[in-house]
Design a protein around this ligand. Sequence first.
Ligand code: OGA
Ligand code: MN
Length: 213
Amino acid sequence: MNDTPVFRQSLEDTAAAIADGLAVDGFHVCRDFLSPAVLADLRTRLRLWWEEGELRRAAIGRGEKRKIDDDIRGDYVRWIDTDSNGVFAEFFAAHYEPIRLALNRELQLGLWDYEGHVTVYPPGRFYARHIDRFTDAAHRKVSCILYLNEDWLPAEGGELRLYLPDVDGYEQSQDVLPEGGTLVTFLSDRFPHEVLPATRERFSLTGWFCTRR
Ligand code: OGA
Ligand code: MN
């Protein structure tokens, strides 16, 4: 993979749009965040890990309360070491670092680093409504979900459903299809959300820009 993003100019525009979205609405959805070539590299890497059994069932809770519960979340994950070599580390340096710096510059968020995992939901699996920032993960400030799927059809489901602040006492929500190259960012403590079941495997990279612990 090439270190230089193909869309360097628009990456700066995208970072500015994300900062605006977070400031005004608390969230932002960007389609075509990545060039098809970079997207294909990330998808290929994840597919190989998945086929080689390198992902683990995602657990919920921490410490003694840690458990696997299909009725809450049914995905498999592999945490990414941002300092190691490989397409994901290159991707972070080239595509997420500029966004982290722009958010600090524009919104003074004090984002220190990024932590994240690749994720696969087998068909039918879901993640029930939740908030990303639980009490012992208060360092997570901005959630970032990048979808790695190819040619996703609306009929295949698997939407991210974001619950927005009430308007006149009625809860609003917005659904985002997990089409490859779509990047969703939102303030981690603000938005309950869920992953709806899909009829095919659903690939993504999920993570958080964090403040210093
Ligand atoms: C999560 C999550 C959303 C998605 O992993 O915490 O909410 O669309 N993922 O994959
Ligand atoms: Mn979440």
